[in-house]
Design a protein around this ligand. Structure first.
Ligand SMILES: [Zn+2]
Length: 477
């Protein structure tokens, strides 16, 4: 039966029109709400943290900047307000956290930049905020609680002493950065009055965070990568042998072992433990440039590191057309290769964590001014970089450095450290940089330590001594 079509009346046409308009407005309203939510959730932090955004100043008109704290509750940056409402940013530990915390005057750096949005945002009790709005008072901004450990930071700072250089300490299984030190440093409390002197001193560059931005030749710490590439290309690597008389000649090119020391007959593991340059330069001549480049690119050379703070890219270049001398130099971490102390910590972290890199991070959570947690930053995996077998094999090699090689002062600790030392030549003088990267305990790594001590490589042990002070402090509690 055909249904009778209802005749279109003028009224029903009008009703349809009204319904259509209502839906259009409803749709637009939903879009608007959606955009506002999207902006609040996703974009507002970027927009507010953008240093070009003039709204930043207006936020500070309504909110007293929040604190920056260590994971154990020490206040690293705090804003004091006097009776007249004048605000002063105070850094209770002076120089100790200078680079990692950064500064909030003269532009913003470090955690003062990374946490800017949160510290200028208040999640205080809504009634208090409303009262403050009505009475024209500022609300108290939220606090940034970092992953930093005050004990380890102080130990790292003291261990570096009067030397220039950098230290990074992190947890390989979470990515939490426990300490980050850079020297020379500055006092953030007197930055404004010291500013002219600081920026006119171009030799020290004390504002640069060397831990994340300092580019150094990796020296022998790079033998970790040369060893891994050699293992991949030569499954019979355990049969490698080399007779070291202290100096290797290939064609007219010469590589000395450290201080010209003869290591005698070494196998693969002993060459690594004793850091035999002749053995590793020889291995270098047996490597495929393409796959070595691939390995180094997987290990995050020439790319941004997966961190949300300022840093420099490390660099590695090794072409098929590289000459013999460049090949020998590259294999022992000299040549054109450059690395940041943070990146060396990342490489040790990958090995310590069975080949998996957890993204390094500095902000653990945000709390309101009453200490109530308002946002937690979860640890996150960057990816599996090397196989578990490779990680285990490299751990064994690095453990050998401590038990029979160049890192023996670590064997006095009761924590079974593993690592690789390095002495990196950076000019024609005898003042080499002293490096270390490693972790402990070797069987179940809890912390990774990466050290660069500038110009102190003459006895080759300064970097590992700094690392020892940190391991000692961590495992004695
Ligand atoms: Zn040697």
């Amino acid at each position: 039966m055909n249904r009778k079509q209802k005749p279109k009346t003028k009224k029903s046409i009008e009703e349809k029109g009204i319904v259509r308009v209502t839906y259009i407005f409803l749709g637009l309203f939903v879009c608007l709400i959606g955009y506002i939510v999207y902006f609040m959730v996703c974009k507002s932090e970027d927009t507010i943290n953008n240093s070009y955004n003039k709204r930043l100043d207006s936020f500070a008109d309504y909110v007293v900047r929040g604190d920056i704290k260590t994971s154990d509750g020490k206040v690293l940056a705090h804003t004091e307000v006097d009776n007249s409402g004048n605000e002063t940013r105070v850094y209770p530990y002076d120089n100790v956290y200078a680079h990692v915390v950064g500064y909030a005057s003269k532009g913003k750096t470090g955690l003062e930049l990374q946490g800017n949005f949160y510290m200028l945002n208040s999640n205080d009790n809504i009634f208090v905020q409303t009262y403050n709005d009505i009475t024209g008072q500022k609300s108290q901004g939220d606090n940034v609680v970092t992953t930093l450990d005050s004990t380890l930071q102080q130990v790292a700072y003291d261990a570096l002493g009067s030397n220039n250089g950098a230290v990074v300490v992190m947890e390989p299984d979470t990515g939490k950065i426990l300490a980050m030190v850079s020297k020379p440093d500055y006092n953030p409390n007197t930055l404004a009055s010291d500013w002219d002197a600081i920026i006119s001193d171009t030799t020290n560059s004390c504002l640069v965070n060397r831990a994340t931005q300092g580019l150094y030749p990796p020296g022998s710490t790079f033998k970790i990568l040369t060893a891994l590439e050699y293992m991949r290309e030569h499954p019979d690597y355990a049969n490698f042998t080399y007779d070291c008389d202290g100096t290797l000649f290939i064609d007219e090119y010469k590589i000395d072992c450290y201080n010209g020391n003869a290591h005698g007959s070494v196998d693969f593991a002993t060459a690594f433990a004793k850091s035999c340059n002749g053995a590793f330069a020889t291995m270098g001549t047996m490597l495929n440039a393409g796959s070595f480049n691939k390995l180094c690119s997987d290990m995050l050379f020439n790319v941004d590191l997966p961190v949300s703070f300022e840093h420099n890219k490390s660099s590695f270049s090794f072409n098929n057309g590289a000459g013999t001398f460049e090949t020998m130099q590259t294999a022992i971490g000299q040549g054109k290769t450059q690395i940041t102390p943070l990146h060396n910590a990342i490489i040790a972290s990958i090995i310590a964590n069975d080949g998996v890199l957890m993204k390094p991070y500095l902000i653990d959570h945000i709390e309101n001014c009453n200490g109530v947690n308002v946002k937690t930053f979860k640890q996150s995996e960057y990816g599996k970089i090397i196989s578990e077998n490779e990680a285990n094999e490299l751990t064994t090699l690095m453990r050998g450095v401590v038990t029979e090689g160049t890192g023996q002062i670590l064997s006095y600790g009761d924590y079974e450290a593993a690592g690789k030392t390095g002495t990196a030549q950076y000019d024609s003088s005898e003042n080499d940089h002293s490096l270390f990267t490693g972790f402990a305990p070797a069987s179940d790594p809890k912390i990774v330590v990466s050290v660069v001590v500038e110009g102190e490589g003459s006895d080759g042990t300064k970097g590992v001594a700094v690392a020892k002070a940190i391991f000692d402090a961590y495992f004695s509690r």
